[in-house]
Design a protein around this ligand. Structure first.
Ligand SMILES: [Zn+2]
Length: 351
């Protein structure tokens, strides 16, 4: 499991969205990839984005930011209450499952070290994403214009988080009997709009579908202020799960039969075959970076297998190579068909 996206915005400028570690080198996969192409990460990467604080999206993110010395760090404007609690109790909480806390603390240290002269230390922190806020706009001295705009979280999600926080305070001060509700990290996600030349991409993060019209994908679809046009490329949200599916997203935000890419999430066995079937009704160009069922335990020779059996030793596959989907398109010639290349077991799903 693990998801990381690197996007070239043309003219040597890059962004990194989320992070995971290469299973062999244990390095952030984005750094391995960019360095393999001789890209100077310290100056070329303009944004490092944490879409949300789930383990499959953040491992190695601090190292990416440390290396990307010229990058802005972007995070949702809505702070994850659970992460906040964990940070407050950090000393006691450090342990096997505290990678979000560790990464966040390390990133905060980097931001503190980078504070400018004249900057109030209390104001140091991430560049905050909220729906329809431009995060990056590149135009002067370039062959193509490029922009990155946040599509979420919505104002509704932000307002709900404030209400939840007030309720949490009232619960602590005993003005309220029931504990406060809390939005999960997937609801607070930063989905992104990328436009390079005339090529548009939506990166759906793990943003879920919500019943309310001012939350989740509904809020994006219903927004009058969102960037205009339909995207040709789509990072399918939340590993293809049903609870992240918005039919209006496919019909309103995306062009007919876009190139769609998703990553698997092994602990929940996402995507399921039903998810794949549903997505293949939306597009015939669906690509998955890997298959959570693939990593079978290799068979050893007979006598070794027998000894292991007799000793009641059980084996399981811990890792395989990270799958990778690469989409290339000439931003100056949008009518040329994009090329899709598949590496390390990534595969098309609708053919
Ligand atoms: Zn995820």
């Amino acid at each position: 499991m693990g998801e990381c996206i690197v996007a070239h915005l043309g003219d040597g400028d890059w962004i990194v969205v989320d992070s995971c570690l290469d299973t062999n080198s244990r390095e952030p996969i984005a750094l391995d990839y960019l360095k393999s192409m001789d890209i100077d990460v310290s100056s070329a990467v303009k944004l490092v984005v944490a879409t949300h604080w789930h383990d499959d999206h953040i491992k190695g993110l601090a190292k990416v930011l440390r290396t990307a010395e010229g990058a802005k760090f972007v995070e949702s404007i809505v702070f994850d209450q659970k992460l906040l609690m964990r940070l407050a109790k950090a000393g006691a909480m450090m342990g096997a499952n505290a990678s979000a806390t560790d990464e966040y603390s390390a990133i905060f240290d980097i931001l503190l070290a980078r504070q400018q002269k004249g900057e109030n230390p209390k104001t140091v922190g991430p560049f905050r994403a909220i729906a329809n806020k431009p995060l990056l706009s590149l135009s002067t001295g370039r062959t193509v214009k490029a922009e990155v705009v946040a599509l979420s979280p919505s104002d509704g999600t932000y307002n709900r988080a404030q209400t939840d926080l007030l309720e949490a305070i009232r619960f602590v001060t005993r003005e309220r009997r029931r504990p406060a509700s809390r939005q999960g990290p997937n609801q607070l996600c930063v989905a992104l709009w990328l436009k390079v030349g005339e090529v548009r991409t939506i990166l759906g993060a793990d943003l879920e579908h919500a019943a309310g019209i001012t939350e989740g994908w509904n809020a994006i679809v219903n927004s009058g202020e969102r960037p205009q046009g339909q995207a040709e490329i789509f990072k399918v949200p939340h590993h293809g799960s049903l609870n992240a599916h918005s039919q209006e997203c496919w019909t309103d935000l995306l062009r007919g039969r876009p190139i769609a890419v998703l990553t698997p999430y092994s602990p929940s066995k996402l995507p399921s075959q039903a998810d794949i079937d549903r997505l293949c009704k939306q597009t015939n160009q669906l690509f998955v970076t890997g298959d959570h069922g693939r990593y079978k335990v290799p068979r050893l020779n007979q006598s070794v297998e027998k000894t292991l059996r007799e000793s009641k030793v059980k084996r399981r596959a811990l890792e395989g190579r990270m799958g990778h989907v690469r989409i290339r398109v000439d931003a100056r010639e949008p009518n040329l068909l994009p090329t899709v290349e598949l590496f390390n077991g990534a595969e098309p799903k609708c053919s």
